[in-house]
Design a protein around this ligand. Structure first.
Ligand SMILES: Nc1ncnc2c1ncn2[C@@H]1O[C@H](COP(=O)(O)OP(=O)(O)OP(=O)(O)O)[C@@H](O)[C@H]1O
Ligand SMILES: [Mg+2]
Length: 413
């Protein structure tokens, strides 16, 4: 047969993709329907009824807890965007603020983010958290505005900023301000998080707590059906594939009940089928996707944390990984990590951060479960911090963190 470049290109261009809308399986996508979360949506509406019926009568606080991938973020976004449009249709000045506590782990960072999302201009430095919060309250008072602030993944903030900062967020402003314009939802994967609040807030939140249970196989099947119908052409998949995924991930089948996992597996299976040029997804594609997913579970877990890490936090992590691999050892000492880090900085043309700053990074990485760090007494050699990474394989982790470093550097330059 004659070699025909034009035909090869045309055939490829004409080939129908199995995807109708690939984005609808991405984690950021906000679906219109949330099957099996109707009751939670109803509860939220009942807790915030006052905002519509009698605005300013109270400032509500609600706690949402549930394991990873149980739909906490999506539930809150769905609720809050709808509530905003309902409130505005009633003529209320209402703003919904979504604070990501991975990204903002300090009190100042969070308060500044709230102000920025309200459209206030805030300098990087020079103002205290209290001054910014005062400006926020005055802005709301003067404009007769109400707001719902969602503190998503609040446990990250709690771990790093500490109890006093939590107190500031929940209580401190109440002492100075009469107005009841702030409403808050705290979202967390940590079921014990309620213990970090002061006793008054704790006993209040105990009455306004919503627990999201991990999804069962049959619930996941409904979710997968709905999302698959958005993502794929009808003849590109069938029910059996969805059942296989739902049974693998369902909490009743000793899976985690994590909807994000289930959807990621479906997306990966679709990608594999597409890459192979298969017209439809097969059971074998799903099996492959499950295997890939199993291998990268840990990386996926820390992915969420590392997304928002600074360049030098990532360089420090990379030094730890490289050193652990080089020495083929269970753990490494902080001192040698710092040497390796300076070497890496040299290679990348970066100015190394101070010892104190590195110590702070180590603490953060340890608190968010990326590394294990323990301080050990070394007799007359003083004390040292021993660092280990209990998961892996480190080869894959190194590749992954290297990519993140490259990306970060591209953004920063
Ligand atoms: N009931 C549902 N119906 C449809 N899609 C859902 C449902 N629950 C979760 N999802 C989807 O699953 C994914 C994970 O949901 P989400 O990010 O809201 O979970 P989360 O509880 O916030 O997880 P994390 O603790 O990791 O932040 C998203 O893509 C979301 O759209
Ligand atoms: Mg979330």
């Amino acid at each position: 047969m004659k070699w025909d470049a034009r035909k090869i290109i045309e055939d490829e261009l004409n080939k129908q993709s199995i995807f109708k809308n690939r984005e609808s399986l991405m984690p950021e996508y906000i679906p219109e329907a949330l099957p099996h979360r109707e009751n939670e949506l109803k509860l939220l509406a009942s807790y915030f009824r006052h905002l519509i019926a009698n605005p300013g009568s109270m400032s509500q606080r609600v706690l949402i807890v549930g394991r990873v991938g149980t739909g906490k973020t999506t539930l809150m976004r769905t609720f809050a965007t709808n509530l905003t449009s309902i409130a505005r249709e009633k003529g209320l000045s209402f703003d919904y603020i979504h604070v990501n506590c991975y990204k903002n782990r300090s009190l100042f960072g969070i308060v500044r983010d709230i102000a920025l999302q309200l459209g206030l201009s805030v300098p990087h430095r020079g103002l205290s958290s209290k001054e910014i919060m005062d400006a926020v309250i005055s802005f709301l008072d003067e404009g007769d505005r109400y707001t719902l602030i969602v503190f998503d993944d609040f446990h990250y903030f709690v771990n790093i900023a500490g109890k006093e900062a939590v107190y500031f967020i929940t209580r401190a402003y109440e002492a100075f301000h009469e107005s009841k314009r702030l409403n808050m939802v705290f979202v967390s994967t940590d079921t014990n998080i309620i213990g970090v609040f002061d006793p008054v807030t704790e006993s209040y939140l105990n009455r306004y707590i919503i627990k999201l249970q991990p999804y069962t196989s049959s619930q996941l099947l409904d979710i997968l059906r709905y999302r698959a119908s958005l993502a794929f052409h009808e003849d590109a998949y069938d029910e059996k594939l969805l059942e296989l995924i739902a049974e693998y991930e369902g909490v009743d089948r000793s899976g985690e009940g994590n909807a994000r996992h289930a959807l990621t597996i479906l997306l990966t299976a679709g990608d594999i089928a597409e890459k192979e040029g298969a017209g439809r997804i097969s059971i074998e594609h799903v099996r492959k996707a499950i295997t890939i997913h199993d291998r990268s579970k840990e990386i996926e877990r820390i992915n969420d944390v590392l997304r928002y890490s600074s360049l030098h936090e990532l360089l420090l992590l990379l030094s730890i990984i490289r050193l652990l691999r080089k020495k083929n050892d269970k753990e490494v000492e902080m001192g040698e990590v710092e040497d390796e880090y300076r070497l890496l900085c040299n290679i990348h043309g970066e100015i190394p951060r101070s010892h104190t700053q590195l110590y702070e990074y180590t603490r953060n990485l340890s608190k968010t479960g990326v590394i294990n760090a323990v301080t050990k007494n070394m007799g007359n050699r003083g004390r040292t911090t021993l660092i280990s990474i209990p998961y892996g394989p480190l080869e894959e982790l190194e590749k992954y963190v290297t990519t993140l470093v490259t990306k970060k550097r591209e953004i920063e330059y």
